[in-house]
Design a protein around this ligand. Structure first.
Ligand code: BG6
Length: 486
């Protein structure tokens, strides 16, 4: 369904996110016929760049980041007609009048500002847009993480943006929420009668959420070294996944209904501080090792050989203090330079109470629901089944297996495609509300400050492994193991 005519102003329009994600995503939506009429994308940065040079750079980006099967020269050229470029100083006054002149005077146009820039510029850019009269009733602003580096700095960012835009006009992107498989979590839970009666402490033993990456910091060391895995991945993506797994059924898909339920989960997280930090967290940092492409450097070497206390891996045991989840641990882990790229959620059900097959209940593997977010997107429900044959009642642990690639012929759209169109449609369901960001920082801050006060170095792990052995110990202490597929 086509969206209303819009103008999307991308600050940081010549940056990595813009070329790698935003422009390819908009190209796909244009090609699919969702972007119609006079809609345009106005890229903005401080650099002096001609319209032609920007269009050429956009063409190159599409060739680099869009698979050949998903692009055609005619479609690319048609899309390029929608893009243009203007130099604007987000921190000052230069260029704003040119930008204003390029924007349509038609107040029915949706006008969206996408801030793909350093968060320090969020405030100044919003103020600039206000000062130069660029904000209409149909305006909205999209901001990328990191929103602050702790609760206090997040307040500063949110106040600065909130001074110009109302909360309903602010779209805080967490691109994980735009992933098809993440949206499917809600379908799985709330469009099937099968799971909900079992979705609680009486039937679920524990939950695992793994977001493993095989890449390192990839030239983003400057930012990453001030962030670390807890801020970069847990505060946002992983806590959002946890919320979708743990929340009560919202009344509807209405944005505030969903976000109210997620907020309750965040508020019910049991604090981790000096009393329990050693039991509940493990920090790691990658040392040299091997990845699929060959030998790789240690993190310290990638950030110019300086020693750093920044963690590139974190494992946590989170607990949710409410009726549904009391006593059910949520084991979370994420890291760079791990053995493989895999993101998945494992719902581990409780074992059967008694086995009629001999060998005790423990000889039967408990059911697992494995939701594979990426790659090889799919859902597997692991069950005990009789191994066919006359040799007696031998049981086997096998999956009911739904693969997205095999079930659906369509291309799996990138998260940004959905999220950018939602901004234009004015649907904030898949975006974080301010109080969610605050509550997430409220749980993360004591972990950060306790680590800081301890002053320890993260534990070293060899690149290409599953992180420090202490993360295995974290779950094995409880008599459980990280899910591994045979
Ligand atoms: C980003 C993080 O938010 O998510 C990166 O800043 C990380 O460090 C990326 O690599 C992972 O996203 P995806 O979609 O590749 O899983």
């Amino acid at each position: 369904i086509p969206v209303d005519p819009f103008e999307l102003v991308v600050f940081g329009g010549t940056g990595d996110l813009s070329y790698r994600k935003l422009l390819p995503a908009l190209f796909q939506r244009d090609r699919a016929g969702q972007i119609v009429g006079p809609s345009r994308i106005l890229a903005v940065s401080r650099r002096d760049l001609s319209e032609d040079a920007f269009r050429n750079a956009t063409r190159d980006a599409i060739e680099r980041f869009v698979a050949p099967a998903d692009r055609d020269p005619g479609g690319v050229e048609a899309f390029l007609k929608r893009v243009c470029y203007t130099a604007v100083d987000g921190n000052g006054d230069a260029g704003w009048t040119d930008l204003k002149d390029k924007l349509s005077k038609d107040s029915d146009f949706v006008r969206a500002f996408y801030l793909a820039v350093n968060p320090e510029l969020f405030g100044p850019i919003c103020a600039g847009a206000g000062r130069h009269g660029l904000i209409t009733d149909e305006s909205r602003v999209v901001i990328e993480k990191p929103i602050g580096k702790d609760f206090a700095t997040a307040q500063t960012v949110n106040e600065a943006v909130g001074a110009v835009f109302d909360e309903h006009q602010i779209y805080r992107i967490d691109h994980y929420l735009g992933k098809e498989t993440v949206q499917n979590l809600m379908a799985l839970r709330f469009a099937n009668a099968l799971f909900e009666p079992l979705w609680n402490a009486a039937h679920i033993d524990h939950v695992q959420i793994t977001v493993a990456e095989s890449i390192g910091v990839e030239g983003r060391g400057g930012y990453y070294d001030t962030a670390g895995a807890l801020r970069d991945m847990v505060q946002n993506h992983i806590l959002q996944l946890l919320c979708l797994v743990a929340m009560e059924a919202p009344m509807s898909m209405d944005a505030d209904a969903v976000r109210d339920e997620k907020l309750k989960v965040l508020k019910a997280l049991v604090p981790i501080d000096s009393h329990n930090i050693d039991r509940m967290t493990v920090r790691g940092q990658y040392a040299a090792g091997a990845s699929a492409g060959g030998a790789v450097n240690a993190y310290a070497d990638e950030i110019k050989g300086e020693s750093s206390t920044t963690e590139t891996f974190v494992a946590l045991k989170a607990e949710i203090a409410n009726w549904r989840w009391a006593g059910v641990p949520f084991y979370l882990r994420t890291g760079k330079r791990l053995a493989e790229r895999v993101s998945e959620i494992v719902i581990a059900f409780r074992p059967i109470p008694h086995s009629i097959f001999g060998g005790g209940a423990g000889s039967i593997v408990a059911n697992h629901l494995v939701i594979r977010l990426q790659p090889d997107e799919g859902v597997k429900l692991w069950l005990m089944i009789k191994d066919p044959g006359p040799g007696g009642m031998r049981l086997k642990h096998v999956p009911l297996d739904m693969s997205f690639a095999q079930t659906f012929a369509a291309r799996n759209p990138d998260a940004y495609e959905r999220l950018l169109m939602d901004v234009i449609r004015g649907n904030p369901t898949l975006f974080m509300r301010r109080d969610e960001v605050d509550a997430a920082w409220g749980w993360i801050d004591p972990i950060l400050s306790t680590w800081r006060a301890g002053g320890d170095m993260p534990k070293s792990y060899t690149s290409g492994t599953w992180g420090p052995s202490a993360s295995v110990a974290l779950i094995e202490r409880d008599g459980r193991t990280w899910h591994e597929e045979a």
